[in-house]
Design a binder for this molecule. Structure first.
Ligand SMILES: CC(=O)N[C@H]1[C@@H](OP(=O)(O)OP(=O)(O)OC[C@H]2O[C@@H](n3ccc(=O)[nH]c3=O)[C@H](O)[C@@H]2O)O[C@H](CO)[C@@H](O)[C@@H]1O[C@H](C)C(=O)N[C@@H](C)C(=O)N[C@H](CCC(=O)O)C(=O)O
Ligand SMILES: Nc1ncnc2c1ncn2[C@@H]1O[C@H](COP(=O)(O)OP(=O)(O)OP(=O)(O)O)[C@@H](O)[C@H]1O
Ligand SMILES: N[C@H](CCC[C@H](N)C(=O)O)C(=O)O
Ligand SMILES: [Mg+2]
Length: 491
């Protein structure tokens, strides 16, 4: 593709001369390590590196031109000056991969908790109705049945646009994207023509990155500014949790049409009479003054919210409402989200990805509804992440659990014991134990649990690894539970 075509969606402050604009671009990249002959290199200022300091290296490796937001000292080099290279990266990726979101139905899901669950619910509904779906998110990226590994929940713009192009080529009709606040703040989703945007909730997380809840909310709200309105010919819909105060604010802020949902008596889609047991959840769904009985294998009120959001998305997609309701009982729970794991002790053992105060509270509330006796909660907090959520998570564990066992999550570059110390700092309760070895902590909870008790292992859900320092080892909470053998003697 010619450079001028690659740049067609960009706002250029200064461009290289005509002869360069007609040169062929073989690849686009923001990483000098991936530059080959004919690449277009886009300089990004990141947390560790400033790509602008690497433009000479990119040219030496054969880049045809570089895209910058600061004019280089050597103005004879082939450069393109733009106001914002992160935005330009997204626009360039969009052009290079053929503007795939124009033809795909793209659903963006944002909020503190529920993104992975909702994208998987949408994926399953679309699939059960006989269409092809794709996912970009925390656990993996998925193009119809093809599963690809991922690093970020919301990848960089080039990866996203490439995946969307592959989805288009594979005949996917609906692509469900998890849109993280980091992704929004770093402009990874600019250039995507979203059709539907979902807001789940906003509670404390990532304050290390955003600084305050206001900034965090502002980042989340960018998805809804980007959604635009319906005057472009495409149907645009914002699906918003009406029970969340930030959700109510967003409804006022977006220029798109809004469909609200909730469980507290407000919203276009409402769940009433929610009943929860260890096999699933049932509720009455009220929509346009008609009430429908819904049954799902998913457990917990928080999952009712997730299901309402997914149903809202299908309304936005124009699917037949009754047909959607018919497939709901067939939807399978999402891996690592209130996942019941069979075990030799025959106790209710649950693995869940709750890694925020609100997530943990929701899950423990649900646990309380199905537990008949004691609750043991194994939980830790991630290293190199928001420290202020640590004591809040410990407090919640201590409030709901008979005994909490504090352990490691992914300590990353932090000292495991100091993370636990942050968790218990200030607590006056003593119903906890500390076992830093997560495997031993899970086994300890299983040892202590008796018939009728419940063990909740929180924080890592589907993860199959543990990161300590620079080392990543295989680690799987559910594997430890299912392989657990009761010892004769209780430790
Ligand atoms: C702090 C953060 O968000 N970092 C993200 C960011 O990387 P960065 O800013 O550190 O980049 P950098 O290393 O400073 O490099 C700057 C630029 O120089 C380039 N470079 C660098 C070195 C070199 O030799 N040559 C070169 O060209 C890089 O390619 C880059 O373009 O941009 C990268 C590309 O988009 C991301 O992969 C990376 O995510 C890291 C891995 C990460 O852990 N991020 C987490 C915090 C995150 O984003 N999490 C959210 C989910 C959160 C949630 O639960 O909601 C997510 O969406 O994953
Ligand atoms: N709607 C919800 N409201 C509150 N808590 C929820 C909700 N849905 C899920 N949770 C809790 O949050 C955890 C994470 O859920 P999920 O993976 O769907 O969220 P996410 O937004 O994708 O998280 P991440 O930001 O890590 O990608 C679940 O394991 C559960 O404990
Ligand atoms: N997307 C979240 C996931 C946290 C999961 C938890 N297990 C941890 O490692 O802290 C984050 O990166 O903050
Ligand atoms: Mg997720």
């Amino acid at each position: 593709m010619k450079l001028k075509d690659v740049l067609r969606y960009c706002f250029l402050l200064e461009s290289v001369n005509e002869s360069y604009l007609n040169k062929d671009i073989t690849t686009i990249t923001q990483d000098t390590r991936q530059v080959t002959k004919g690449s277009l290199f886009i300089a990004i200022e990141g947390a560790n590196f400033d790509g602008h300091s690497l433009i000479q290296e990119a040219l030496e490796k054969g880049a045809t031109a570089v895209v910058v937001e600061r004019r280089p000292n050597d103005q004879t080099m082939p450069y393109v000056l733009v106001p914002d290279t992160k935005k330009a990266l997204a626009e360039i990726a969009n052009a290079f991969y053929g503007n795939p979101s124009e033809t795909l139905n793209v659903v963006g899901v944002t909020g503190t908790n529920g993104k992975t669950t909702i994208t998987h619910l949408v994926d399953q509904i679309v699939d059960l109705l006989g269409h092809k779906a794709g996912i970009i998110g925390t656990m993996y990226n998925k193009i119809d049945d093809q599963v690809l590994p991922t690093i970020n929940t919301t990848p960089d713009s080039i990866t996203i646009q490439k995946l969307l192009q592959q989805m288009n080529r594979a005949g996917v009709s609906v692509s469900a994207l998890e849109v993280s606040s980091h992704g929004l703040a770093q402009g990874r989703t600019w250039g995507i023509d979203f059709d539907i945007a979902v807001f789940t909730n906003l509670t404390q997380d990532h304050l290390d990155f955003h600084g305050s809840m206001e900034e965090y909310f502002l980042a989340k709200s960018l998805l809804f500014s980007q959604l635009g309105n319906s005057y472009t010919g495409k149907r645009k819909l914002a699906v918003i949790n009406q029970d969340d105060s930030y959700g109510r604010k967003l409804s006022q802020m977006t220029s798109a049409n809004v469909l609200t949902y909730g469980c507290e008596g407000q919203g276009d889609l409402q769940a009433r009479r929610i009943r929860i047991d260890s096999t699933g959840t049932s509720f009455n769904l009220c929509f346009q003054e008609v009430s429908y009985e819904v049954q799902t294998m998913l457990i917990g009120e928080f999952n009712v919210y997730n299901l309402l959001a997914a149903i809202g998305v299908t309304i936005g997609l124009g699917y037949n409402f009754e047909e959607v309701l018919e497939v709901i009982p067939a939807i399978k729970p999402v891996m690592g989200r209130f996942q019941l794991v069979a075990n030799a002790k025959k106790v209710a053992a649950i693995v869940d990805y709750a890694h925020t105060p609100d997530g943990l509270e929701n899950v423990l509330e649900t646990a309380q509804e199905i537990a008949t006796k004691k609750i043991f909660c194994v939980v830790g907090c991630g290293g190199d992440r928001d420290k202020t959520k640590r004591p809040l998570m410990a407090e919640i564990a201590l409030k709901y659990a008979t005994t909490a066992i504090f352990t490691t999550d992914n300590p990353r570059r932090e000292e495991p014991m100091s993370i636990v110390e942050d968790m218990i700092a200030g607590t006056h309760q003593d119903n906890y134990m500390i076992e830093l070895d997560r495997k031993k902590a899970i086994q300890l909870a299983m040892d202590l649990a008796e018939e009728g008790d419940l063990v909740l292992v929180a924080g890592k859900g589907h993860e199959t690894y543990q990161i300590t320092g620079e080392k990543t080892i295989h680690f799987d909470d559910s594997e430890i539970i299912s392989e657990y053998q009761p010892s004769i003697e209780v430790r």
